[in-house]
Design a protein around this ligand. Structure first.
Ligand code: ADP
Length: 228
């Protein structure tokens, strides 16, 4: 350190069970605040698609709805965080998911003179998550998310954002796998709500309402947290 004031790039964490809308909200925050969405789920799916060593090890666990080992996920996140675009600030979507990952994140950020600005817990009813997840799909080209019941593109089959016409559904979005993912969330990730609360970084929001209303609540939290 050279004694100058360094304005560290914002670091935001989204917590919430599968289907809570972390990805949808992260993308909206990305656009609104110029932050970079880092989804460990997306990074792992990319590793699986590329057939990397980490991807090979992660695939079976992901298909079963369990959590990939901390070592693999932390290594993937560390590499991604080191890329230049992350200097503008990041929204972590799906990381950390265990206490070990949360501690590793603290260490990684401290090495860069950064800290967590806010952890936002998206609070939802578990029972609604299965419906939400089993109806969702994304544009294969740009990743924009849609839903059979809640958010159809204005022209069926055509992405509103990029005009892409290929839509895809995730392999682990089947009802039986979703049950395992919810179980993993409650056993391993939900304790992080208390972890961030103890650090004074946590805000809870009701994420059962309208996507736009939730985005407005999130935007207000991000504004306050990043203005500090
Ligand atoms: P969701 O939040 O809807 O479950 P993600 O795309 O974030 O979806 O994650 C999909 C899968 O990727 C998880 O079920 C898990 O197997 C794996 N995964 C993603 N992030 C992590 C993480 N931080 N630690 C361990 N496994 C992870």
């Amino acid at each position: 350190m050279d004694g100058q004031t360094i304005t560290a790039a914002p670091v935001l964490i989204l917590l919430g069970p599968p289907g809570a809308g972390k990805g949808t909200q992260a993308r909206m925050l990305e656009e609104k605040f110029g932050l970079v969405q880092l989804s460990t789920g997306d990074l792992l799916r990319a590793a699986v698609a590329q057939g990397t060593e980490a991807g090979k090890q992660a695939k079976a666990v992901m298909d079963a709805g369990g959590l990939v080992s901390d070592d693999i996920v932390i290594a993937i996140l560390r590499d991604r965080l080191a890329e230049p675009d992350c200097a503008q600030g990041v929204i972590l979507d799906g990381f950390p998911r265990t206490t070990v990952q949360a501690q590793a994140l603290d260490t990684l950020l401290a090495e860069n003179g950064q800290r967590i600005d806010a952890a936002i817990s998206l609070e939802v009813d578990d029972a609604a998550m299965v419906t939400r997840i089993s109806g969702r799909y994304t544009c294969a080209a740009c990743g924009e998310g849609y839903h059979d019941d809640f958010k159809q593109p204005s022209q069926p089959g055509t992405c509103d954002k990029c005009g892409g016409t290929q839509m895809k559904r995730r392999a682990d979005d089947k009802a039986e796998t979703v049950a395992s993912r919810l179980e993993a969330y409650h056993a391993q990730t939900a304790p992080l709500i208390g972890y961030f609360d103890d650090k004074g970084a946590l805000t809870r929001i009701d994420a059962m309402g309208d996507i736009g209303d939730i985005a407005a609540d999130m935007g207000a939290i991000v504004k306050t947290a990043t203005a500090r």
